[in-house]
Write a protein that binds this ligand. Structure first.
Ligand code: PPE
Length: 306
């Protein structure tokens, strides 16, 4: 099923893609008041299975809690709804987008009189930054747009409004001929990509910015930390100055959509060999071995679609 086809779960019912609409006066459309997730389902060789479903849904409820948004379903109900949506659409591997938004109630900033609607869509989505990027790497720039200061827009919440900042970063990068942009945080330290976490490798050790650097603490980031430790690699969360990017041996992005994508150039400075480095390759293989079912999921990361 490609984007634009099949069924969408909408407040408890599976409806045709074309019928999954909302009113133009919905609060979220005017004020960015939505929270969402991006989840992947993989064809593991033993049938489709959803990757880290419980962790994604927990984050959805945490994002809602930060915004005082009461999702009118139990987390377990929405987890089941994700499974149902994948099964109903006959998908083997896909991207899943659960979204809770403030719907049609009143206008005005205070959202608390608006109902909360929930949708779950699923479609096939290939490599986020392109198939060849997985080996060749992507060319990125440090954005002139920074992440918001920590006491402005909370980055631990995956909220619709946060992605206005991401859109500025992404459009600036692509309009200037880069594949992606990296945001610095309020203090000028490295934060993350427009929709990815970032890691650098230097002298065999791996570093990634901590949650205090205005990042979304990614679930793929957590996978990489877990897999790197298991491979006996040194990995640390540490504040990263911009110039450490340029002198890194390797840099890579992680995310549900981006998976593990190497970075070849930053601000037109070649990183390491200018292609996927050996540490990135090891992490990438460890990740894809699990999600593509070549290695057993000993972490309980998968929920089968049955
Ligand atoms: N930072 C940001 C800002 C972000 O949007 C994502 C996910 C991550 C880090 C990585 O988080 P995780 O997926 O839990 O490892 N970005 C989602 C949206 C992509 C989109 O274009 O839409 C995603 O990867 O699903």
């Amino acid at each position: 099923m490609s984007f634009g086809q099949g069924k969408i779960w909408y407040d408890g019912k599976l409806v045709d893609w074309a019928d999954a609409t909302c009113h133009v006066m919905s609060h979220a459309l005017h004020y960015g008041s939505s929270v969402f997730e991006g989840v992947r389902c993989y064809d593991t060789g033993k049938g489709p299975a959803i990757f880290r479903l419980n962790d994604h849904m927990r984050r959805l409820y945490e994002s809602a809690k930060i915004y005082r948004m009461d999702i009118p379903f139990e987390q377990s109900e929405l987890e089941q709804a994700v499974i149902d949506t994948v099964r109903e659409n006959n998908l083997q591997s896909c991207y899943i987008r659960p979204l809770a938004f403030r719907g049609l109630g009143a206008m005005g900033v205070n959202p608390q009189t608006c109902p909360v609607n929930v949708v779950i869509a699923a479609w096939s989505w290939g490599k986020y930054l392109g198939e060849e990027a997985m080996e060749a790497g992507v060319s990125v720039r440090v954005s002139s747009w920074r992440r918001a200061a920590p006491d402005t827009i909370p980055t631990l919440a995956k909220a619709g409004g946060n992605y206005l900042n991401s859109q500025l970063i992404k459009m600036e990068a692509t309009d200037d001929g880069f594949d992606e942009g990296i945001a610095l945080d309020h203090y000028g330290f490295v934060s993350e990509g427009s929709g990815e976490n970032i890691f650098i490798v230097r002298n065999g050790a791996i570093y990634t910015p901590p949650s205090s650097s205005s990042i979304l603490p990614g679930i793929t980031r957590h996978c990489v930390v877990t897999l790197a430790r298991e491979l006996g690699m040194k990995i640390r969360q540490q504040v990263i100055p911009r110039e450490a990017l340029y002198v890194a041996d390797e840099v890579f992005f992680t995310g549900t959509a981006a998976e593990v994508t190497p970075v070849s150039k930053i601000d037109n400075i070649v990183i390491g060999e200018g292609r996927r480095g050996p540490v990135t390759e090891k992490i990438q293989s460890a990740f894809f071995d699990i999600v593509e079912g070549r290695k057993e999921d000993t972490y309980g990361w998968f929920t089968p679609v049955v």
